[in-house]
Ligand binder design. Structure first.
Ligand SMILES: Cc1cc2nc3c(=O)[nH]c(=O)nc-3n(C[C@H](O)[C@H](O)[C@H](O)COP(=O)(O)OP(=O)(O)OC[C@H]3O[C@@H](n4cnc5c(N)ncnc54)[C@H](O)[C@@H]3O)c2cc1C
Length: 471
């Protein structure tokens, strides 16, 4: 029997597998995806958020524990477990040498990287290179990996893990780490969670999934049904407004559009619906998916003029372009008269001061609802550009409740041999909101803990077994 079974094949699973193996356990990983698609959402990532008290290799200045914690507190609106959040923050200060030992390389951020040079360490080659490095290291250490093996059921004895079942096969182990992601790729579950709106629409039917198609939440659902303690709300997720032409799955980061704060956003009715200049884009990009999800038809349009070009990361796909606002509306399929009125009202309300996209400047609107509170410049310089945007789900926050040992809990009691890491428990730290790079900080911290504790749990069973045999 294997010591530690790890279910999943992304960052959290790999961190757990590597740590368990380093602790002397035999390890088997079961990854739902085929080899070519291994690595879950982690393959799409670029960085992790790291606490540091002084400049370090790729990280500028300092980002102390208290500031990281305050950032988390702010974005979650207090829906976070302080002890587990601080554990994540502290772990982020010490994980990089270990990551490097397993082949991960870091690089300074490229321009247009959401202004996170101080707070986030970027992976050379992105998340794909990170997961490939971890798989190589795991293989070299003797971790066994089975691809194309979606686990459909966990067999429990009370709160103890007994075996995992996948397509008729049964995998027993002394301890298990669940790291199978959220349920963002389960379209029926998203539909059920978001329900039907007052317009009779099922908003989730228009969501795009930014990452893997394999995170269907089968085990999350089964564990909750089996009595595991859950945390979080099924409608809470990291959701970005992405190019409406993106594929249903795995569009990754190149479908994101960073022009919103430089112009206005209108809905299908050609009406504005939120303050595009509320705060810096890195602090706001993850709310726009939800905002667009609340609009009719779950679609929005980012409208900018020639002045904005060069001030945001150029999108991979060209938008719609026109020499007049009326023509742009027509090309986007919007009501021309209403659109022109909306833009005229906005332009007239702009109180232009000294435009500066690197600070919360004094360019704002007056007497307009909703207001645009910063970077409000009239949209008056052709050519005009429009981008249709849809809600893009990055990952869901509903998860399993844990303590500092990453143990799955049943009725408030920790399981002795079942642990969980990554998106499957990120809701303990992220009740809502997001701050860039914290998904990988959580997965790395809890993946490493879960692997270590699972190895220990397996070893204690072996030694108990040995004592029984001797007795
Ligand atoms: C486009 C994009 C960009 C992102 N960028 C960043 C970033 O720069 N920084 C950051 O911190 N976060 C980022 N995130 C979020 C980040 O991807 C996640 O927080 C993190 O990768 C979660 O790691 P994980 O191991 O829990 O999940 P995943 O990496 O998604 O891994 C889950 C794994 O479980 C497998 N699996 C699922 N179900 C089963 C099953 N039943 N049986 C067996 N295996 C199963 C999947 O195939 C997959 O391998 C991004 C996400 C996306 C989609």
């Amino acid at each position: 029997m294997v010591d530690v079974l790890v279910i999943g094949g992304g960052n959290a699973a790999l961190c757990a597998a590597l740590m368990a193996r380093e602790a002397g356990a035999s390890v088997l990983m079961l990854e739902a995806a085929p080899l070519a698609w291994r690595g879950g959402n982690s393959q799409h990532t670029r960085n992790l958020r790291c606490m540091h008290d002084a400049p370090q290799d790729v990280l500028a200045e300092a980002y102390p524990e208290e500031e990281f914690w305050q950032d988390l507190l702010k974005v979650t609106g207090g829906k976070t477990d302080e002890a587990l959040a601080r554990l994540t923050v502290r772990a982020s200060a010490t994980c990089r040498p270990w990551m490097r030992r397993h082949g991960v390389h870091f690089q300074p951020p490229l321009s247009g990287a959401l202004h996170v040079a101080r707070t986030n360490a970027f992976f050379m080659g992105g998340g794909k290179a990170l997961v490939n490095a971890y798989y190589r290291s795991a293989q070299a250490l003797g971790v066994r990996v089975r691809y194309d093996t979606p686990v459909d059921r966990i067999e429990l004895d009370g709160d103890r893990f007994v075996a995992a079942h996948a397509g008729g096969e049964r995998f027993t182990a002394r301890a298990c780490v669940l790291a199978a992601g959220g349920f963002e790729s389960n379209r029926e579950w998203l539909r059920e969670a978001w329900g039907q709106n007052a317009r009779g629409e099922w908003p989730a039917d228009n969501f795009l999934i930014r990452g893997t198609r394999f995170n269907t939440g089968v085990l999350l659902k089964q564990m909750i049904a089996a009595g595991a303690d859950a945390i979080g709300d099924a409608t809470q997720a990291h959701m970005v407004a992405i190019d409406a032409r993106a594929p249903l799955y795995d569009g990754g980061i190149c479908t994101r559009l960073d022009s919103v704060s430089l112009g206005v956003m209108v809905n299908r009715e050609a009406e504005r619906f939120y303050d595009e200049g509320e705060d810096f884009w890195p602090k706001r990009y993850a709310i726009w998916g939800r905002l667009v999800a609340q609009q009719p038809g779950q679609i929005g349009y980012s409208i900018i003029d020639a002045k904005a070009i060069g001030r945001f990361m150029p999108p991979v796909f060209e938008g719609t372009q026109a020499d007049s606002l009326a023509e742009l509306a027509q090309r986007l399929g919007l009501d021309v008269e209403r659109f022109v009125q909306t833009l005229a009202a906005y332009n007239a309300a702009c109180r232009v001061g000294s435009f500066d996209h690197t600070r919360l400047d004094d360019c704002h609107t007056a007497g307009l609802l909703p207001a645009k509170t910063h970077w409000a410049l009239p949209i008056d310089t052709p050519p005009f550009h429009g981008y249709a945007l849809r809600p893009g789900v990055t990952f869901t926050y509903l998860g399993l409740k844990v303590d500092a040992s990453a143990a799955v809990h049943f009725g408030g009691r920790p399981s002795a041999n079942l642990f969980v890491a990554g998106e499957m428990m990120a809701g303990n730290v992220l009740g809502q909101g997001y701050t860039a790079g914290v998904g990988m900080s959580i997965g790395t911290a809890f993946g490493r803990i879960a692997g270590t504790v699972a190895a220990r749990a397996a070893q204690s069973q072996t030694s108990k077994g040995g004592q029984h045999a001797a007795a």
